[in-house]
Write a new protein. Structure first.
Ligand code: FMN
Ligand code: SF4
Length: 371
């Protein structure tokens, strides 16, 4: 039978199955961060397609953390009614939805931020350009911005909130010994580099209360020399329950142009799928929290095995659901055993107004297969 289509829960958040739409920046918002109609349509398609939980594309908590154009905003109270419409749309169709809240830090593109900031001044080839060191006041403001954004999630009627602490965005930058060279209370030892995350989590909890589901997407390792190691990542996982976190989604990588760890290309065999499962397995040893794992899942059999083995409670998918939003139902009805995603990363929007879409040449591949 398998566990994929059995219910599960994260605190008070109950899901019909174990499939999650991992956060995917949709690029479907206006210049103020207000969601546009195609985003509503996409969430309708995903909900109708049977996914148990939608995690939205990352939303910026403060204008200084807008990572790219057309990103959805959650940085102002007047956005709450539009966000509430998104939540309502999904709920009306019986789905569940949680926004991912984020600050881009050094990984903000020139199109949005003229002078990006980071825990420490940094100028590395994998970044788009140099970033300057944040002042203590800016660190405090960022903490408060996450808390305010979490409150807006609750006010808008979402089923919870996910804090983005992966992929080289601001929280992941603070955790990283490669990026964070601060000598004040937010830098130095592993514990001090975790301080920003602790501050964010406690400020978020203070805003939303004890019962509201708070999830985190954690980069458990950076994948660069001198960066966050998986051992230190496991230490962070062990600390999450004490920070009031209800579930952890395992990921990795420092983002920027360096996509060798996360968003991997060329997943052409089952052996290349599920590439963060070794980290999830390690996380399992350090925490009793529900675990979501993302990264390269394409075959139903691989997903079922990870659940059966007990390495995770949820399987998160990004590209397969860009390609086929109804993949969960296709699995459930036995119409498919594998995503058609070619993992060639042609999904990013190339022009303003385009939004994410699947642009890999499936028809040509099919013709080739037919000979
Ligand atoms: C177009 C695109 C947008 C993404 N946006 C986000 C995002 O907003 N937040 C995030 O945590 N990860 C984001 N990711 C990473 C995915 O959530 C996921 O971790 C990664 O693609 C690996 O999973 P997959 O093999 O199922 O695609 C994005 C990936 C893609 C391809
Ligand atoms: S564009 Fe390519 S990589 Fe992206 S979802 Fe489609 S098939 Fe997958």
């Amino acid at each position: 039978m398998g566990l994929l289509f059995t219910p599960y829960q994260i605190g008070s958040l109950e899901t019909a199955n174990r499939l999650v739409r991992s956060a995917t920046a949709e690029r479907m918002a206006d210049p103020d961060g207000r969601p546009l109609p195609p985003l509503t349509e996409l969430y309708e398609d995903l909900t109708r397609g049977g996914v148990g939980l939608i995690i939205t594309g990352h939303m910026y908590v403060h204008p200084s953390g807008k990572a790219h154009d057309e990103m959805t905003g959650i940085h102002r109270d007047d956005l709450v009614p539009d966000l509430a419409n998104l939540a309502q749309t999904v709920h009306d169709l019986g789905g569940r939805i949680v926004p991912q809240i984020n600050h881009g830090g050094m990984n903000s593109l020139a199109e949005t931020i003229s002078e990006p900031m980071a825990p420490s001044a940094i100028d590395e080839p994998f970044l788009t350009r140099p970033a300057r060191e944040m002042t203590p006041q800016e660190v405090e403001t960022a903490v408060q911005s996450f808390a305010d954004a979490a409150r807006r999630c609750q006010q808008a009627g979402f089923d919870g909130v996910q804090i983005h602490a992966a992929h080289g965005y601001l929280i992941s930058q603070f955790l990283s010994p490669y990026v964070n060279q601060r000598t004040d209370r937010w830098g130095g030892t592993a514990e001090k580099r975790m301080r920003f995350l602790r501050d964010v989590c406690s400020a978020v909890r203070e805003q939303v209360g004890d019962e509201y589901p708070v999830l985190i997407k954690l980069g458990m390792e950076d994948g660069v020399e001198g960066g966050l190691s998986s051992e230190e990542g496991a230490g962070i996982v062990a600390a999450l329950a004490g920070m009031g976190i209800d579930a952890v989604e395992i990921s990795g990588g420092l983002g920027g142009w360096n996509k060798t760890l996360n968003v991997r290309k060329g997943i052409k065999s089952e052996a290349k799928e599920a590439y963060f499962v070794p980290l999830a397995r390690e996380a399992r040893r350090h925490a009793e929290l529900p675990i979501l794992v993302v990264g390269g899942f394409r075959s139903r059999s691989v997903m079922e095995k990870v659940l059966d083995d007990g390495f995770a409670d949820y399987i998160s998918l990004c590209r397969p659901l860009i390609s086929e939003p109804d993949l969960p139902n296709q699995f459930k009805l036995g119409l498919k055993e594998k995503s058609r995603c070619l993992s060639a990363n042609n999904c990013w929007a190339k022009e303003a107004g385009e939004g994410i879409s699947c642009k890999c040449p499936h028809d040509r591949v099919l013709e080739k297969l037919k000979g």
